[in-house]
Write a protein that binds this ligand. Structure first.
Ligand SMILES: [Zn+2]
Length: 249
């Protein structure tokens, strides 16, 4: 790349990175690629739903320029003394596969892409919260359709619940979520406990014709997670009692 082009690219990369840093306290490769307009939101959404082989396949420029932009981004982050924080990128699909960034799939390149750069000016608590949020897998959304007039794109069946996929709606059995049980909204503590014990869960929403928006109906969780959640209240009491015994020693 000639020096003029590189300088122009550096200016764009730094502007995008600075904007993301001041907005959210950290910067990711995706923030930079979106900020310099090499990656549009629709493509990003498709990638997150595992509909692209890799992120680079959805970027509208050649690999040399992408690598150069990422190199300039890392040089900027190092210069600013930002802290690297490796982040999990998991597909928004029931299978929860790890999302791939690069054409090559090279482990080092993947790690570089996954690295978020966090501002050292934030408190340790804030940094921890940012890390926790970034690593949280995306929530699956299941729709309670208003009528049964829909067909699963895999088996042709229908039902009370569906999950939207790229080719169309899928029934939960075909999507691999058939074993989950419904926990209606309303008991925040119970929902939180069940969610914390679920390796996979989905939010159930339904469109309200009167309010003209989707509303949360509850969660789908594995039956054992719900059982654990319901027995854990007594569990907490036992743990407290043990703690008190020990503190008396
Ligand atoms: Zn089906």
């Amino acid at each position: 790349m000639n020096p003029d082009n590189r300088n122009m690219l550096r200016v764009r990369v730094v502007a995008a990175a600075e904007a993301a840093l001041s907005r959210q306290g950290f910067v990711s490769a995706i923030d930079v690629l979106s900020g310099i307009q090499w990656l549009d939101q629709a493509t990003l959404k498709r990638w997150k739903q595992a509909q692209l082989a890799c992120l680079e396949a959805g970027i509208q420029t050649n690999l040399t320029r992408i690598s150069e932009a990422m190199r300039l981004f890392r040089a900027w982050a190092t210069e600013k003394h930002l802290s690297p924080s490796e982040t999990a990128y998991v597909a928004k699909t029931p299978a929860r596969t790890t999302l791939r960034f690069s054409q090559s799939g090279d482990a080092t390149i993947e790690r570089l892409y996954r690295t978020h750069w966090v501002s050292p000016d934030l408190s340790a608590k804030k940094r921890e919260r940012i890390k926790e949020t970034a690593n949280r897998p995306p929530e699956l959304v299941v729709v309670q359709p208003l009528d049964g007039d829909w067909k699963c794109h895999r088996c042709g069946g229908s039902g009370d619940l569906l999950i939207m996929e790229e080719p169309g709606p899928s029934c939960l059995t075909c999507a691999g979520l058939g074993a989950l049980v419904f926990l209606p909204a309303g008991d925040a503590g119970r929902s939180r406990r069940a969610k914390a014990r679920s390796d996979v869960h989905a939010v159930v929403i339904r469109f309200s014709r009167t309010r003209k928006r989707y509303e949360r109906q509850g969660l789908l969780v594995p039956p054992e997670a719900l059982r654990d959640a319901d027995s854990s209240e007594t569990g907490l009491v036992v743990a407290d009692a043990t703690f008190n015994d020990r503190s008396r020693e």
